[in-house]
Write a protein that binds this ligand. Structure first.
Ligand code: AMP
Length: 302
């Protein structure tokens, strides 16, 4: 049986070092990366769409063509005349990566400005995915619009999946960040946090503490990712630790995003969260063995 999957957030232009002072242009962003891996891992009976805001410029057109080329539907993307996509540059110094961002005025910040558009897009699908980054980039009024549509989707029985993906520099302050992440979790029925982030920002002392906190917010299904220590799945039964798959680490970009996409793809087809976590771990291990956020489908199945 098939279905319709929608991921909501910001995809940016990525500039990475190509040697000799040259830059290579790509496209990436946490929720888009997850859509990419969900598309790669779901059968053709499922559609995968991306909802963001883009402009009417050449780079927006290129990004849309890139998404469509990967099999990700783009008809739910809002086009905003005069705006442009956000952009980030990856710097490499002595093997260490660092990032510069230009995203404060990106078109994606207006992704939830049209409440009717958002409602129609969410009503049309079975599964909705979003992250803490999606929430962080929105103006306050639009944030409320998005959260209320997500609550509506949850109440109507859709699967609403959320990765807190806590990035302090996107938020105006710590209290707002923690309160809004918690509101995001309340609007979801599946939460997929990374333990490192949760320990750093919420002060959780253990994976169990993270699980208990999100269960306490009314979330039924939780997958806590914990790097090479594996992922703990709590879906109503006893929590189960699913080991990571040993990996030759080249670049950890997108480890969590690829885990989420692969986990969701497998869970939607089999309904078995433990098996899906094993599959997510295998895909993430493959992804961190290569450079870049988006690994081609052919390389994943090798
Ligand atoms: P994280 O968000 O860092 O917890 O990572 C997400 C997922 O990627 C984990 O649940 C693992 O499956 C995988 N992963 C991350 N780091 C490693 C690693 N060093 N070795 C193997 N798997 C990893």
């Amino acid at each position: 049986m098939g279905g319709r999957f929608l991921s909501i957030g910001e995809c940016m232009v990525e500039l990475s070092q190509a040697g000799g002072g040259l830059l290579r242009k790509g496209f990436a962003g946490d929720t888009f990366n997850t859509a990419w891996y969900a598309r790669a891992c779901l059968p053709a009976t499922w559609s995968v769409d991306y909802l963001t805001g883009l402009g009417d410029d050449v780079v927006s057109e290129e990004m849309i063509a890139f998404m469509a080329g990967a099999g990700v539907g783009t008809s739910a993307i809002r086009r905003i005349a005069g705006r442009t996509p956000g952009l980030y540059m990856i710097h490499l110094k002595n093997g260490e990566r660092s990032f510069s961002y230009w995203r404060d005025t990106s078109a994606a910040r207006a992704l939830a400005a049209d409440a009717d558009h958002l409602r129609r897009a969410i009503e049309a699908v079975d599964v909705v995915y979003f992250s803490g980054i999606t929430l962080a980039i929105l103006p306050v009024a639009d944030l409320e619009t998005l959260l209320s549509e997500l609550r509506r989707a949850k109440a109507s029985g859709k699967l609403v999946a959320f990765d807190p993906n806590i990035r302090p520099r996107l938020w105006s302050g710590r209290e707002t960040m923690l309160a809004t992440i918690s509101d995001g979790a309340r609007a979801a029925n599946l939460v997929m946090p990374s333990f490192d982030d949760e320990a750093t920002h919420f002060g959780d002392v253990s994976v169990a503490a993270t699980m208990n906190r999100y269960h306490g917010l009314g979330v039924e299904k939780i997958v806590v990712k914990n790097g090479e220590h594996g992922a703990t799945v709590s879906f109503g039964d006893e929590p189960r630790l699913v080991p990571a798959v040993e990996a030759k680490v080249v670049d950890t970009t997108s480890a969590g995003d690829s885990f989420n996409g692969a986990f969701l793809a497998r869970y939607l087809v089999t309904g078995d969260a433990v098996e899906a976590a094993g599959f997510g771990a295998a895909v993430a291990a493959r992804v961190i063995g290569e450079h870049g956020a988006l690994i081609a489908y052919e390389k994943l199945v090798e």
